[in-house]
Design a protein around this ligand. Structure first.
Ligand SMILES: O=C(O)CCC(=O)C(=O)O
Length: 454
């Protein structure tokens, strides 16, 4: 009955009947076949030929073919054991009034809870649709928003100018050289390849993830807060969207294709509550244990970890109301709910600083996998011109293809999210230490110039 299905609470063997930790909207089944220990009433004939009376009875054992064994008069001296069947309900045995009343009350409460969640869900959907329809007045923006909703990504062709790309490229070049200078001078190569540092991580051979604080300075606000994609970001995430991370994936010639992954899971919790508490924030539900935190930039362990991550194979954010769930709901007499997908809560913007041609290895996406990670849909490779911006839903299945060219492939990534959301998985401060400080890197020309100046 929830907006976001908190599947962790589900018993693997009983997935169809998961309940939500927050709204507890599972519908108790109507009282039918008794179980061991249930209290019933059995009709007993009075010895003196008087009218039969109903006596207290306890189910001792459930037997095959819808029969069970009862201990009648369990607390009396004249207790006795007898077998009954379902066909004798309300003739030879019956449910006590209190049990019927408690079951009816539990079913009514669950139905009421389900209805109120469905109502909230409908309101959230209406708000989302209204937002989607009213926000972008510009037809191009509207088209991109629609594509993003349908496929999970879209391309903004008018991204950064050539000068802006060059300025960013210099920052990347300087950052990489400085970080590698420190790594080499301090002999930290092994630490870099095995763990990584906050500033630089080797995601796989020849593929580095760089943090570039210089891009947060006002001179570079054209890639962060004043970027040309901000109207699109606001249309998708709301006006209060926040910038959460940025950096550069730098792939050298020969770097291999990444394993398929998504950058984060569907967020958990019931609609309103999930928005209120926020995934990963204090007071929020525990992160889904099935989610593979190595999903984003997963490097070496990615293939195995992703393959073994059942969290990615869940129903995504499809709430009950999918055909299968509807059948389930109808069978149980629960009120039907329309299918609905959770709105995007975070997105990444990829901006290549060189043309992302076929040989440099564009990013490959599976359209629709932001709703269902296992969707059976043909993938799409998105070649881009330098400076163009590709925006994609954090949940979308994708991978960076190998760089088969002879030149570097720097790709800026900028992450925006709804304000409640914190990425607890991809940038774990406890996992990475800072790269120790070392002397500033200088090229041969710079050293020469410095010497000449005295
Ligand atoms: O390099 C790319 O095209 C994609 C990078 C990516 O998805 C990642 O590093 O997680």
């Amino acid at each position: 009955m929830c907006f976001f299905p908190p599947k962790v609470s589900a018993d693997e063997a009983d997935e169809a009947h998961w309940t939500c930790d927050i709204c507890s909207a599972k519908l108790p089944p109507p009282l039918a076949m008794p179980k061991q220990g249930d209290e019933l009433e059995a009709e007993v004939a009075e010895p003196e030929g008087g009218a039969p009376v109903w006596k207290r009875a306890i189910v001792l054992k459930v037997l095959p073919r819808a029969t069970f064994r009862l201990m009648i008069n369990p607390d009396e001296e004249d207790d006795f054991i007898e077998e009954y069947g379902m066909h004798e309900l309300n003739k030879e045995w019956r449910w006590p009034q209190a049990a019927l009343a408690a079951n009816a009350a539990a079913r009514a409460a669950a139905e009421q809870c389900a209805a109120s969640v469905a109502e909230k869900q409908a309101a959230e959907k209406a708000a989302l649709v209204a937002d989607q329809e009213s926000a972008p007045s510009d037809p191009l923006l509207l088209e991109l928003v629609k594509q993003f909703y349908d496929e999970g990504f879209c391309v903004l062709k008018d991204g950064l100018s050539a000068d802006q790309v060059d300025a960013c490229d210099m920052v990347v070049d300087r950052g990489y050289k400085q970080y590698m200078h420190c790594v080499k001078t301090l002999e930290l190569q092994e630490r870099l390849s095995e763990v990584g540092f906050m500033e630089i991580k080797m995601r796989s051979a020849g593929r580095y993830d760089l943090q570039l604080p210089e891009l947060s300075t006002p001179a570079f606000s054209f890639v962060t807060h004043d970027a040309p994609w901000m109207a699109l970001v606001h249309a998708l995430l709301g006006k209060d969207a926040v910038l959460t991370h940025f950096g550069c994936m730098l792939s050298f010639p020969g770097s291999a294709t990444q394993p398929w992954h998504s950058d984060g899971p569907h967020i958990r919790g019931c609609g309103e509550a999930a928005h209120r508490v926020g995934y990963g924030m204090a007071g929020a539900p525990e992160p889904d244990a099935k989610f593979n935190p190595n999903g984003f930039h997963a490097g070496k362990e990615a293939a195995a970890a992703n393959a073994a991550a059942p969290g990615r194979k869940d129903k995504g954010s499809v709430v009950p109301g999918t055909p299968a769930d509807d059948e389930e709901a109808e069978a149980e007499g629960a009120p039907g709910v329309q299918p609905f997908y959770a709105p995007v809560h975070a997105l990444n913007v990829f901006v290549p600083l060189v043309d992302l041609s076929e040989d440099r290895g564009p990013t490959e996406f599976v359209p629709g996998s932001h709703r269902d990670y296992d969707v059976d849909a043909p993938s799409k490779k998105e070649t881009l011109l330098k400076g163009q911006a590709l925006l994609f839903d954090y949940r979308l299945k994708h991978r960076g293809l190998g760089n088969n060219s002879t030149t570097e492939r720097p790709l800026l990534y900028i992450t925006y999210a709804r304000p409640f959301w914190v990425d607890v998985d991809n940038f774990d401060k406890a996992r990475y230490e800072n790269l120790p400080a070392c002397k500033e890197f200088m090229s041969r020309e710079e050293r020469l110039l410095k010497r000449q100046r005295g």
